[in-house]
Write a protein that binds this ligand. Structure first.
Ligand code: CP
Ligand code: NVA
Length: 314
């Protein structure tokens, strides 16, 4: 059993495949227990801060409910409520919060901020999304895939859309680590950074999987999962016209799904979705059950991260 006590969760780069799979399995266990009405006490006496510089439905609720289910207390702090990075440095805010809280979640812009919070607070810090990465989302995606296919290794997942956003980056890291064959299907101007692709290439070599970055729609052939995300991430709203022009040929619709050549392909979306843009409303509704399993799994997996890094596990 992996021991993650005291660790921060900033990017999947910091975790071994075994540790990632351990968190997914722990989440499955916590989910099964919750379905039977059994919640835990592993966060009893623990107080956690939830810092949100960007809006959130799933991530905020997952941390709040996950913490309450395990007997802890969560305090929501939006950037309007606290001085972080405005009147007070990140380092000083981190040291104050570290004296009062046992764990800190951060959602915002810079990856550097979540890393500074971890460095200076002295308590576990969890990345609830930055411009660069969204690592807790990947655990929910993996739990959902495991529920659908029973395994992760050897599956083929194709991410279609903005191939350089936080979701594409984190999926590439996660898939390469655990042995999912990963494809980014995107126009060349939205391909991920070469440096990250190379790093993930090394992870993939280790796990025996592959990474492909392509503009060709035929790359979805044989896919077990087609994944998409909004064309404009939070903070990029001014890029809407440019992205629509670039990404309209990459909409996930019936024609693209048919190109997989499989009936069993699942559709995944981290949500929120802009229907009519990255996915058609019709296709979304056909796959809604799995997409909302994925959304529910945010809670079980985020709970697992808190329990493993901060909780008193018997
Ligand atoms: N998927 C996700 O992170 O959703 P929220 O933005 O609602 O937290
Ligand atoms: N790429 C999206 C993910 C939302 C969960 C964003 O950053 O807005």
């Amino acid at each position: 059993m992996a021991n993650l006590k005291g660790r921060s969760f900033l990017t999947l780069k910091d975790f071994t495949p075994e540790e990632i799979l351990y968190l997914v399995d722990l989440a499955a266990d916590l989910k099964a227990k919750k379905k039977k009405g059994i919640t835990g006490n592993s966060l009893k006496g623990k107080n956690i801060a939830l810092i949100f510089e960007k809006p959130s439905t799933r991530t905020r609720c997952s941390f709040t409910i996950g913490c309450a289910d395990e007997g802890g207390y969560a305090e929501y702090l939006s950037s309007d409520d606290i001085q972080l990075g405005h009147k007070e440095s990140i380092e000083d805010t981190a040291r104050v919060l570290g004296r009062m809280f046992d764990g800190i979640e951060y959602r915002g812009f810079k990856q550097e901020t979540v890393e500074k919070l971890a460095k200076y607070s002295g308590v576990p810090v969890w990345n609830g999304l930055t411009d660069e990465y969204h690592p807790t989302q990947i655990l929910a995606d993996f739990l959902t895939l495991k529920e659908q296919f029973g395994t992760l290794k050897g599956l083929k997942l194709v991410f279609v859309g903005d191939g350089r956003n936080n979701m594409a980056n984190s999926l590439m890291i996660g898939c390469a680590k655990v042995g999912v064959n990963f494809v980014i299907l995107a126009p060349k101007s939205l391909w991920p950074q070469e440096e990250l692709v190379e790093l993930c290439g090394a992870y993939a070599k280790e796990s025996g999987s592959t990474i492909e970055i392509t503009e060709e729609l035929d790359a979805v052939k044989g896919a077990d999962a087609i994944y998409t995300d909004v064309w404009c991430s939070m903070g990029e709203e001014d890029k809407a016209a440019e992205r629509i022009a670039l990404l309209t040929p990459y909409q996930v619709n019936d024609a693209l799904m048919a190109k997989t050549g499989k009936d069993s392909t699942v559709f995944l979306h981290c949500l929120p979705a802009v229907k009519g843009k990255e996915v058609t409303a019709e296709l979304f509704e056909k796959h809604a059950d799995v997409v909302f399993d994925e959304a529910e799994n945010r809670m079980h997996t985020i709970k697992a991260v808190m329990v493993a890094t901060l909780g008193n596990l018997e």
